[in-house]
Every structure is written in C-alpha cells, then in structure tokens.
Design a protein around this ligand. Structure first.
Ligand code: NAD
Ligand code: DAO
Ligand code: ZN
Length: 369
C-alpha cells in the first residue's frame, strides 16, 4: 500500500512529507494505522546526527497509538480493530532477559531493530524501490506502520489516542523510572534534574509514590509553574545558586536526596545528580541520553560511601504488561497527561514540532493523523 510519511533522508535536514510504499505484515508482524504520535527529544537526537545508532533514510517516531488493520501469519495475541501502542522496548516473554525480573530489556529482536529492520532482516518501507529504514521498531511518523507482535501493547478502546500516545515513551519513561526502576518509597526526598517531557513525568511519578519533598532543577524558569502543577515542592535554578550546586542541594534536602533523576542527557549534571544523593543509601538514576562518545565521571569514594548509580530505559517497564496498566492510571485520573500536550498539528507540519521543542516552547507536540 502507499502511505503518507515524514521521511528523514539525512542528518540535520528537515523531514520531508512523502508517499512511501509499505509492504503488508509478514510472519509475526502487524499492520497498524497510526492515529497520533508524539515528537520526542530522542527523535530530534537521531535526526541531528548525534545518535551513533542513527540510520538514514528512515521513518522516525516512537511515541504512537493506533488501530490494528491487518495481522500476518502466526499472530495470536492481536486482531483487526485492537487499539495498540507500539513499543520500542518489546516484550517477548520468552528470552533470557524477559525471564529475568531484574530487567525490561527484551533482546528477542534487538539486533535487527538496531539495524532499522524487521526481525527477518528486511524493511517494509521503500520509495521507488529504495529501502527506507524502520526506527526503533516503531516508525510512527507514518499513517501506517508494520511492527512485530511482541512490540505492540494492546490497550483499552476508550482511551484517547491523542493523549495516550505519550505513554509510548515520555510518560512511561518518567513515571516508570520512579516506580519500576528506583521503587521510590512513601516519604522519600527526590531531586529531578531537567523539567522537560521526561522530568515532569518523574515528578508526577514521585507524587504518585508519596514522596515528601520533590525538588526540580532547571535552567529555564518558565518550567517552574508546570512542574508545580505536577507535584514539585521546591524549584532550583542553577544559574541563581551562588557557589556549587551540589552542597546547595545537600543542604536543601537536609543531608542529600534519597533518589535523584537526571532527565537532560548532560554528563556534568549526571555527576551532580549522583553527588547530591544521600551518603550511605542515595540512588541516582540516569534517564537522559548523552551524545555519542561522552563519558561520566565521579570520585569512586562517592560510591564507596554508599551512593548508588544506575540507569533506566523506558522506565524499566515491560511494555505489553505495564503499558495497559499505565493507560488505566490515566483513565482513572491517577496520573495526568493533557496539560503536557501543549501543541497538536497535522503530519504536514511535523517540522514545527521540532522547532517548538528546540525553542523550549513545547512540552509535547502531538501529530494527529
Ligand atoms: P527536554 O528537552 O524536553 O527537557 C530537558 C530539560 O532540561 C529542559 O527543560 C531544559 O531547560 C533543562 N536543562 C538543560 N540543560 C540543563 C542544565 N544544565 N541544568 C538544568 N536543566 C537543564 O527533554 P526530554 O524530552 O524531557 O528528554 C530528556 C532526556 O531523556 C533526553 O536526553 C532524552 O533523549 C532522554 N530520554 C531517555 C529515555 C530513556 O528511556 N532513558 C526515553 C526518552 C527520552
Ligand atoms: O537492549 O540494548 C538494548 C537497547 C535498549 C534500548 C533502550 C533505549 C532507551 C533510551 C533511548 C531513548 C528512547 C526514546
Ligand atoms: Zn524478551
């Protein structure tokens, strides 16, 4: 079939809206009609050329929601008409990783997904016979996409696509890092670095977990009001702190935070986040993705004295299991999404979503198909 899509032909260039050829689903695959997709910082990171795994030409996008329109041979858990959220972290429920409760990083299709291909090593997208790469196994910047069955979470049919698409990345990454990765306890003190689309969800995750103090750190003072709406109790602008930020935060939290989260992708901030965690037990979680080749550093004594440094991908969530639950949390009013969707647009205007992100004007832009 022919579908409209935003194509990334090369790093650093705007996406172009084109008609592309899409082959139907093969064994274990599903054809999905996208209804909405968020535009995330990670799409911009790949488009910029800084992503070492970035492949071109490609159809980007990894934060979608839509409806199943066809299934390939062997598909047993989804059928035409099901509402789904594509998963860039799949859940096969059989691999060594899925069987280990310590991780959510299913490896069943990792190798081909990393090469921008379906599990059989080929692509379903092309233009004039030239192969177009898939992206993160999801490619949601197209009216229709093909994804492996294990990379689709079935969700309830009354959930609005234009909001729950955000659960495909930002919401789950932020809230999940708090509840699945860090397992923040009631009464904990939390510091969140970076109050963008991910950091705000860490904040609402911390509120959901019952944190007693939620400190937000951002260079942009315009982020304060929205973060307060989601549960931030104290705002710190590093540009307004006299002297070193770390002792300031240690003092504010009366000895250090129980949990800190880096939601920027800045290796210097990652160090600050570790070092303002409480001596003896504080845990710092890296969520931000740093540029290719960058490294983190600290004095080893920071770890010897009981601070823990760890990371979180897709919030530690197991997509097919946890994403439907997070959709329920939204539908039951336990978490909020609507105020974070600051802009919507048709596919033709998708490049505006990147401009709004770079200027710091948007939290999330959502493309409506
Ligand atoms: P964003 O651009 O919306 O937000 C970043 C925020 O950090 C902004 O508010 C900005 O003002 C602030 N900031 C920048 N530099 C700062 C500094 N030095 N000190 C304090 N604040 C600073 O980005 P986002 O969409 O929230 O994504 C955040 C990061 O998370 C990105 O690196 C993204 O690639 C990554 N990410 C990771 C995962 C994962 O699974 N680990 C998933 C999605 C996104
Ligand atoms: O299993 O090796 C692996 C890859 C897991 C990919 C996790 C990606 C999380 C960070 C990228 C941000 C996604 C929007
Ligand atoms: Zn698996």
């Amino acid at each position: 079939m022919q579908v409209r899509a935003a194509v990334a032909h090369k790093a650093g260039a705007p996406l172009t809206i084109e008609t592309v050829d899409l082959e139907g689903p093969r064994v274990g695959e599903v054809l999905v009609e996208l209804k909405a997709t968020g535009v995330c910082h990670t799409d911009a990171f790949t488009l910029s050329g800084d992503d070492p795994e970035g492949l071109f030409p490609a159809i980007l996008g990894h934060e979608g929601a839509g409806v199943v329109v066809d299934v390939g041979p062997g598909v047993t858990t989804l059928k035409k008409g099901d509402h789904v959220i594509p998963l860039y972290t799949p859940e096969c429920r059989h691999c060594e990783y899925c069987l280990n409760p310590k991780t959510n990083l299913c490896q069943a299709i990792r190798e081909t997904q990393g090469r921008g291909l379906m599990p059989d090593g080929t692509s379903r997208f092309s233009i004039g016979g030239e192969k177009i790469h898939h992206y993160m196994g999801t490619s949601t910047f197209a009216q229709y996409t093909v994804a492996p069955e294990i990379a689709l979470a079935k969700i309830r049919e009354d959930a609005p696509f234009d909001k729950v698409c955000y659960i495909g990345c930002g919401v789950t990454t932020g809230i999940g890092a708090v509840v699945f990765t860090a397992k923040v306890e009631v009464g904990a003190k939390v510091v969140v670095f970076g109050l963008g689309g991910i950091g705000l969800n860490v904040i609402q995750g911390a509120r959901l977990a019952g944190a007693s103090m939620i400190v937000g750190v951002d260079l942009n003072p315009a982020k304060k009001a929205m973060a307060e709406r989601f549960g931030m109790t104290h705002f710190v602008n590093p540009a307004e702190v006299e002297g070193d930020l770390v002792p300031y935060l240690v003092s504010l939290t009366k000895g250090g935070a129980d949990y800190t989260f880096e939601c920027i992708g800045n290796t210097k901030v990652m160090r600050q986040a570790l070092e303002c965690a409480h001596k003896g037990w504080g845990t710092s979680v890296i969520i931000g993705v740093a540029g290719a080749g960058q490294e983190i550093s600290t004095r080893p004594f920071q770890l010897v004295t009981g601070r823990n440094w760890r990371g979180s991908a897709f919030g530690g969530a197991r997509g097919r299991t946890d994403v439907p639950t997070i959709v329920d949390w939204y539908m039951d009013g336990k978490i909020e999404i609507d105020p974070m969707i600051t802009h919507t647009m048709p596919l033709e205007d998708i490049n505006r979503a990147f401009d709004l992100m770079h200027s710091g004007e948007s939290i999330r832009s959502v493309v409506l198909y």
